[in-house]
Design a protein around this ligand. Structure first.
Ligand code: GDP
Ligand code: GDP
Length: 456
């Protein structure tokens, strides 16, 4: 058994993987203290187990890579949300649901010495609903005397219970054989084309004449990097490698900028297609705006496209050399009025003509990418949510007051949150939560998404 610490499921994009083929994913599900972490550590072959001898040790969902009989797969330990006043059942159910959703097969762990509890029954309902191949592990069968208890678990209707001692290793070979039979060879490919460790990808976008090609020429200078000299990059004539602030960046789809197509009819349509294509390939969008002119509807539309694409966003106000006091005043007013929805985006005031503040571009891009990849642990998030809900409960509607039970960050790039609530959360309240999340954790330069799942 070989193992290395992996990444969360949402990061299965080739970055932490060491290989380009997606691996099948096994979710290990069970109520606290049945021995999930002990079992995961056994599966991944790690001795220095992260197990503590108390129930509900705070731990986030973690993914590891494992090998059995020459086949590689990922193991997600869904265990260990902090148990608090929100109610253990809601939390165990929520974590299991998220873990199962993203897995190809489920390993359901029950403590054979305790038997099936109500929480176990609740988990079984969720597993059934998901309809994924499931293997039942009857854990803590340390010796023959407990085997009979394991057999009782046939009654759960999940097929054969595999008696295992996660602690001593007993029965784990048979269990893993069953797991391998349940896992598909290779799951459908779901992630993008990011070359691990390759240059970060920037889309330089903005309406015609804001100064995109001027900016590109300014930053590219004479030091344009020859693409195929860089290891791990594919030659794509529409992209350009540019060195900035001591690093190489891939400006995607620059051919579209340099070509300077001047179509009379359909120019808008062409520009919008180009923007979409560039955003598709990029991690961060630098939206260029002509600061010397009134913000156009097309400017705000392009900014919205960048936000909706889920990319990190930096806004660069160009042609700053042409601004007088009066225009500066009105620009600030326009930004407050028309760009409230992207107040979180770092802003740089530049001039592609004079080179003003070009050096501020890279730090802004780096800040935005950092926000884009920020992950908040479940424990921190729920501590934050607990305080927030206590201080600012959802308004009562129709005699009912929806409560947030529990939350988790389901992914990054951009950060995505799932909140489990006892009722529908109004848009205003969701915006309030987003605002407070940003105040608390930053998320500069990144859109964040919050979805709510209602539990009756
Ligand atoms: P989790 O909360 O489901 O991840 O459970 P843990 O892996 O943290 O285990 C909870 C407790 O059960 C720990 O004290 C483990 O040492 C113990 N445990 C786990 N597996 C076994 C086992 O096979 N036999 C026995 N006797 N104890 C076990
Ligand atoms: P694009 O259509 O977005 O690629 O815009 P261009 O780079 O072709 O620029 C459009 C016009 O704006 C050209 O005449 C540029 O010389 C001018 N321009 C671009 N950047 C600046 C700037 O920072 N200051 C001033 N004064 N003019 C600029």
């Amino acid at each position: 058994l070989a193992a290395e610490e992996g990444f969360d499921l949402d990061d299965v994009d080739g970055l932490g993987d060491g290989s380009h083929a997606p691996l099948p994913v096994l979710a290990v599900v069970g109520r606290p203290n049945v021995g999930k972490s002990t079992l995961v550590n056994r599966i991944i072959g790690r001795r220095e187990a992260v197990v503590e001898d108390k129930p509900g040790v705070t731990r986030d969902r973690v993914t590891y890579e494992a090998t059995w009989n020459g086949r590689r797969f990922k193991v997600v330990d869904t265990g260990g949300w902090e148990i608090d006043v929100l109610g253990i059942d809601a939390m165990v159910a929520a974590q299991a649901e998220l873990g199962i959703e993203q897995a190809d097969a489920v390993l359901f762990v029950v403590d054979a010495t305790v038997g099936a509890t109500d929480t176990d029954e609740a988990l079984i309902k969720i597993i059934r609903r998901a309809g994924k191949p499931t293997v039942l592990c009857a854990n803590k069968v340390d010796g023959p005397s407990t085997e009979a208890e394991a057999a009782y678990l046939w009654s759960l209707g999940l097929g054969e219970p595999y008696p295992v001692s996660a602690l001593h290793g007993r029965g784990s070979g048979d269990l893993l054989d069953a797991v391998m039979a349940a896992l598909p060879e290779a799951p459908p490919q779901t992630f993008g084309d990011a070359a691990p460790g390759g240059p970060r990808r920037i889309a330089l976008i903005g309406r015609p004449n804001v100064g995109k090609s001027s900016l590109l020429n300014k930053v590219a200078g004479e030091e344009r990097v020859v693409v195929n000299e860089l290891a791990g990059t594919t030659r794509d004539p529409v992209d350009e490698m540019i060195e900035l602030g001591g690093k190489t960046w891939k400006f995607v789809d620059t051919a579209g900028i340099r070509r300077r197509v001047h179509l009379t009819a359909g120019a808008d349509f062409y520009a919008s297609l180009r923007t979409t294509a560039a955003l598709d390939k990029a991690e961060v969008a630098v939206v260029l705006v002509d600061a010397s002119e009134t913000l156009a509807e097309q400017d705000t539309r392009i900014i919205s496209m960048a936000v909706e694409s889920g990319r990190a966003v930096v806004i660069a106000y160009n042609k700053w050399d042409q601004l007088d006091e009066e225009r500066r005043f009105y620009l600030e007013r326009e930004i407050e009025r028309d760009l409230v929805q992207v107040q979180w985006a770092p802003r740089v005031n530049v001039s592609a003509k004079t080179g003003r503040h070009m050096e501020k571009l890279v730090p802004a891009i780096e800040t935005a990418l950092e926000g884009w990849e920020t992950r908040i642990t479940t424990a921190r998030l729920n501590a934050f949510l607990g305080e927030l809900v206590a201080a600012h409960p959802h308004p009562i509607r129709g005699g009912k007051q929806p409560r947030i039970l529990f939350g988790t960050q389901a992914g990054i790039r951009p950060p995505r949150f799932v909140l489990f609530a006892s009722g529908f959360l109004e848009a205003g309240y969701r915006r309030f939560i987003e605002r407070r999340l940003r105040e608390e954790f930053g998320f500069v330069g990144t859109p964040i998404s919050i979805s709510v799942r209602v539990r009756e």
